[in-house]
Write a new protein. Structure first.
Length: 350
C-alpha cells in the first residue's frame, strides 16, 4: 500500500486509549517495583533520575546506555527520524559521553501504509547518527497502529568523568542551550495553526545534536547537566535539584524562547504533558514576586530533543557561554543559579 496523499504522518501518531508518554509521577511509582541493584560497577542507575545508566566495564572505560522512542511530533518523516535520533543521542551527551552504537526501534502499520514513510524515517535517523559518528548496528520492528520510532544508544565514557544531574552545587550558575516552546509549536502544527517560519525554527532546534554543547561543557568543567525533554524545564530542573539536594532559582525573563513563538496562543496549544509536568513539580515550586503568566507556561511545556541544562561554577560560566556561542548553539542563556536548599526545589522569579 502507498501512503494516501491526504494522510499525514500525525494521523498515525495516536489512537483511542493511547498515550505517547507516561507522566513523571507514574514513572517514579513504577521504579519502586524494580529491586535495587548492588553491583559496584553500576555507576549511575535510576536513583537520581539521570538521563542514562552508566556501567563500568574496565578501570578506564564505562558504557553509557539509554533508550527513547515516541510517535511522530512532525509530519515530515525524514525530519521526524532526525528528531527521534537526536533526542535519543542527547541522553549520552548529557552525561558527558560519546555515542558509539545505536539500535533502531520501530513500530509501524505496514498493513495500512507502504514502506515509503518508514524508509524516510530511518534515513533521517541515520543522518543524525552519521553526524554524531555513531554506528547503527541493527534494530527491532513490530507492527502497530501507532507509528513509533527511536533508538537504544550506547556510548562510552571514562568512569571518573561522568556528568550527572546530581552534582549541582550552591554558587553554580544555570545555563540552557536551546530555546523553549517546541511542545506548543508541534501541537499547533498538528492542528494546522502554526506559521511556517515558527515551525522551521522548531525543526532547527529539535534536529540539532547536543554534541557541541557537550564538548563545551567538558572543556570548561561543570558540576551537573541534564537534557530538557518530556518533563519540561520545571520537571528536569526539579530532578536536578532533588538529586543534588539544592534549590534552583530560575528567572522567567531570562528563559530563551523560540523566535516567533508569540505568533501562536500557547495556552491554546498546551499538551496533556504540560498539566502532568505542572502537577509533578508544583508542590516543590515557590514563585516570588509576580512572575509573568505567559512565560510561566514555558516551565511546563514538554520539549522534544531539547537543550542541555547545565550547572556550572560561577567562575566558569562566562567561558561556557562563550564556547556555546562559538559553536553556534541556538541559546547560551544564563537562566538562574543554584543555592542551598531553601524550602523548595525550584524558586521562580520574574
Amino acid at each position: 500500500m502507498q501512503p494516501d496523499q491526504e494522510l499525514r504522518l500525525s494521523d498515525f501518531a495516536s489512537c483511542a486509549g493511547c498515550a505517547s508518554k507516561l507522566p513523571p509521577t507514574s514513572i517514579s511509582q513504577l521504579l519502586g517495583f524494580i529491586p535495587p541493584t548492588h553491583d559496584p560497577n553500576l555507576l549511575v542507575g535510576t536513583e537520581t533520575h539521570d538521563d542514562a545508566g552508566v556501567y563500568r566495564i574496565a578501570p578506564d572505560l564505562a558504557l553509557v546506555q539509554t533508550v527513547d522512542f515516541f510517535p511522530p511530533v512532525v509530519d515530515d518523516p525524514f525530519v521526524y527520524g532526525q528528531i527521534a535520533a537526536a533526542n535519543a543521542l542527547s541522553d549520552v551527551y548529557a552525561m558527558g559521553g560519546v555515542p558509539a552504537t545505536a539500535l533502531n526501534l520501530v513500530a509501524y502499520p505496514d498493513d495500512k501504509i507502504g514502506p515509503e514513510w518508514l524508509g524516510r524515517i530511518l534515513a533521517g535517523g541515520a543522518e543524525r547518527c552519521r553526524a554524531a559518528t555513531c554506528t547503527i548496528v541493527g534494530g527491532h520492528t513490530i507492527r502497530d497502529a501507532v507509528i513509533k520510532f527511536g533508538m537504544a544508544v550506547t556510548g562510552t565514557i571514562h568512569p571518573d568523568r561522568v556528568v550527572t544531574n546530581a552534582g549541582a552545587r550552591p554558587g553554580d550558575v544555570l545555563v540552557l542551550t536551546k530555546p523553549l516552546g517546541v511542545g506548543f509549536v508541534t501541537t499547533a502544527a498538528k492542528k494546522r495553526g502554526c506559521p511556517p517560519d515558527l515551525l522551521a525554527a522548531a525543526y532547527a532546534s529539535m534536529v540539532r545534536l547536543n554534541k557541541d554543547a557537550c564538548t563545551a561543557m567538558l572543556a570548561v568543567g561543570v558540576s551537573a547537566a541534564t537534557d530538557v525533554t518530556g518533563f519540561g524545564l520545571a520537571g528536569h530542573g526539579f530532578e536536578m535539584a532533588d538529586g543534588s539536594k539544592v534549590t534552583l532559582r530560575l528567572r522567567l525573563a531570562a528563559l530563551p524562547l523560540l523566535p516567533g513563538i508569540e505568533q501562536i496562543d500557547v495556552v491554546t496549544y498546551r499538551t496533556r504533558a504540560s498539566k502532568t509536568n505542572r502537577e509533578y513539580t508544583e508542590s516543590q515550586t515557590r514563585f516570588e514576586g509576580t512572575p509573568d503568566a505567559y512565560r510561566r507556561e514555558f516551565l511546563y511545556d514538554p520539549q522534544t530533543s531539547g537543550g542541555l541544562l547545565i550547572s556550572v561554577p560561577a567562575a566558569r560560566a562566562a567561558a561556557l557561554v562563550g564556547r556555546l556561542k562559538e559553536s553556534g548553539e541556538l541559546a547560551a542563556a544564563v537562566i538562574g543559579e543554584v543555592t542551598e536548599q531553601d524550602g523548595a526545589a525550584l524558586v521562580v522569579t520574574g
